[in-house]
Design a protein around this ligand. Structure first.
Ligand code: SF4
Length: 275
């Protein structure tokens, strides 16, 4: 939540509000998303709910102080001075497209700040892609070149989210998928044709046993990415990698990985935007 981030695929994280509720498993709103079950942010927030937010549909969201909201402007000036585009993960302690009346003005304000920061790419990763068309603050046909729009699909039951993302991909510079936590073998069935980037990884937890991730499942994702020409970033093998004994608690040390899994690609980005 500070200036820099421990997340390997971005330069900064930005959480202007914090707190969330588990997303739905199915498109009709029923069930609970398997990727939300051991939500890392929810675990983390238990240490400091006043600052990091509360979880559940009825609980309050914690809104950042004005200086925190201003951080992207500072990062943007630095990126401009350095001549380097930087990636901002918005948001790791919330879901930007959670549908709550109290979030409408915060989302509007956040997206106004995105417009003020042309040297940053904002990575908006949501488990509610079906809400993007309705809640997109600029209007459902207005594209933003400095937004990368992503959704999570770590289980076959979540493939509908990729379809929902593909239906709104015209709104952002590119569409990406986070297959983390990867909980089962995934067959994207041709959907990767419209996806520029996939992040894959096994589950990690602050406390409790992570669910297993078989490196073969990651290999399966890698093969599909290669065939589709989609960039792949393997973030971690997780805290419970099947058949491997790793010393890193999240399986995040690439030196310990089988060589063929050491893949950390980014989508091609030109200086003035996305190639
Ligand atoms: S949508 Fe993300 S932040 Fe919200 S409960 Fe699920 S995993 Fe946690």
């Amino acid at each position: 939540m500070g200036y820099l981030t421990g997340i390997e695929w971005c330069d900064h994280t930005w959480n202007p509000w914090r707190g969330c509720a588990h997303a739905a498993r199915h498109r009709d709103g029923t069930g609970e998303a398997p990727e939300c079950l051991n939500c890392y942010a929810e675990d983390g927030s238990r240490r400091n709910a006043a600052n990091l937010g509360e979880w559940g549909p009825g609980s309050a969201r914690a809104v950042g102080v004005p200086a925190y909201w201003d951080l992207p402007r500072k990062w943007d000036r630095k990126a401009e001075a350095d001549g380097v585009r930087r990636r901002v993960f918005f948001a790791s302690y919330a879901d930007v497209f959670e549908d709550r009346a109290d979030l409408v003005p915060h989302r509007r304000r956040a997206f106004d700040i995105i417009d003020e920061c042309p040297n940053l790419d904002f990575l908006v990763l949501t488990k509610r892609p079906e809400m993007v068309g309705t809640l997109w603050p600029w209007g459902r046909e207005t594209r933003r070149e400095n937004v990368w729009l992503g959704t999570t699909c770590g289980h076959p039951d979540s493939l509908w989210r990729v379809d929902a993302l593909l239906s709104v991909r015209h709104l952002a510079a590119l569409a990406f998928v986070s297959a983390e936590p990867l909980l089962a073998p995934l067959d994207f069935g041709g959907r990767l044709g419209g996806i520029r980037w996939v992040i894959a990884g096994g589950e990690s937890r602050l406390r409790g046993e992570p669910r297993p991730c078989d490196p073969e499942w990651i290999r399966g994702v890698a093969m599909q990415c290669e065939l589709a020409g989609t960039a792949l970033f393997v973030k971690q093998l997780g805290g419970n990698p099947v058949g491997l004994s790793l010393s890193h608690p999240k399986g995040g040390d690439m030196e310990e990985w089988p060589e063929d899994l050491r893949i950390r690609e980014l989508p091609a980005v030109a200086a003035a935007g996305v190639a």
